[in-house]
Design a protein around this ligand. Structure first.
Ligand SMILES: [Zn+2]
Length: 367
């Protein structure tokens, strides 16, 4: 066992060390896909993968972290804890479920404290068909200049205009316009990219390598930044398909957990999104029945998280900003996606562990 608090890390470099050590202690081989760019502390960046179970298992559970870079403080903690958790490992083994840990889907963002990839892309908006015309988000286009003004902090005039937009259209419309994904502003927020990113391509390779033979694939993708502090919302992560949603609800709504929510019917704190990561499973593992959620832990109020993201993107646009301002903006980003308290970490682990046990039960019952 490892202590709950000890499973979490202040930096990507330390998180990666703990993950690699956890795999070693568990006797698991690690498949590392290096990203040839420097980390924030000069460390090597990589997407690291370990399979706990048989390579030809029919039932596979994927547990992934850091789709959104900085959110990896949370997800990595869950993975490291699981690697040291003998009861959990026995549970999966006895059910014939292999567990694929994908550590740091977006290692650059994790290391540099950003939500986006090195391409300034929101990885969870990047899985669209780039052979088709790109979606147009007119709401975002009307807000871009207000979200990212020339000066930081923004002027009272800019903030008034932004508040005016929210008052006129409402907060849900604001959230949808900003966070729904946009494909026109390469330096903007929630940019889905104009081509598959390195993380997208690498994830697809890994799925072909490790999940190509599974008949049933469950996925828990770990996120932070939406909802009440410490609450893990189980957000259905699949296409708009009633049977798939029903299966996810049956697996993950019991045991005192709050019901699985869906962005398709307005029950989730998330706006409806395009280009979700789960599309990689449909594309690369068409043989499998897929059932997945994003486990989304609350940190700070929505508008504070948005303000932190605006500051982060502004800083990216203004790399010569005063060092004190840069440090303040980076701190704010980390707080927006990582509540660094023992209580929050305890809530994260207990809810993730429950969801993982439920996934194994769901997979075991699948024919
Ligand atoms: Zn996220």
């Amino acid at each position: 066992m490892i202590g709950v608090v000890d499973a979490f890390s202040d930096s990507y470099a330390l998180a990666r060390q703990k993950f690699l050590r956890g795999c070693l202690a568990a006797g698991l081989a690690v498949d590392s896909r290096p990203l040839p760019l420097p980390g924030a502390q000069g460390e090597q960046l990589a997407m690291d993968v370990a399979l706990d179970g048989a390579a030809d298992a029919r039932r596979l559970l994927v547990v992934s972290s850091a789709c959104h870079g900085v959110e990896g403080h949370c997800g990595s903690g869950v993975q490291v804890f699981a690697l040291h958790d003998a009861e959990w490992r026995a549970k999966a083994r006895d059910a014939g479920v292999a567990v694929l840990y994908i550590h740091a889907l977006n290692p650059h963002g994790f290391s540099h404290g950003r939500r986006v990839t090195q391409e300034n892309v929101d990885l969870n908006r990047n899985f669209i068909d780039f052979g088709q015309p790109l979606p147009v988000n007119e709401g975002y286009a009307s807000l871009h200049a207000l979200l990212l003004p020339d000066q930081w902090p923004p002027s009272p005039t800019d903030e008034q205009a932004l508040n005016g937009w929210m008052a006129q259209h409402g907060l849900p419309a604001f959230q949808a316009a900003v966070s729904g994904g946009q494909y026109q502003f390469g330096d903007g927020l929630f940019f889905g990219g104009q081509a598959p990113t390195w993380s997208n391509r690498t994830l697809r390779e890994l799925l072909r390598r490790y999940a190509g033979q599974a008949a049933h694939i469950a996925w828990i993708d770990l996120h932070t930044g939406l909802g009440p502090n410490g609450h893990g919302e189980r957000i259905f992560a699949g296409r708009n398909d009633a049977a798939e949603l029903a299966r996810a609800s049956a697996w993950w709504s019991g045991g005192g957990a709050t019901p699985v929510t869906s962005m398709y019917d307005g029950s989730s704190t998330s706006a409806e999104l395009q280009g979700l990561l789960c599309h990689a499973v449909y594309d690369e593992c068409p043989q499998a029945q897929y059932t997945g959620i994003a486990l989304e832990y609350g940190t700070e109020p929505l508008l504070e998280v948005m303000a932190a993201l605006r500051g982060d993107h502004w800083l990216h646009q203004h790399p010569k900003a005063a060092p004190e301002l840069a440090a303040t903006l980076r701190d704010r980003m980390r707080r927006a996606f990582y509540t660094d308290t023992d209580a929050w970490k305890g809530q994260v682990i207990s809810q993730a562990r429950q969801a993982m046990f439920q996934a194994v039960d769901g997979l075991r019952a699948s024919a």
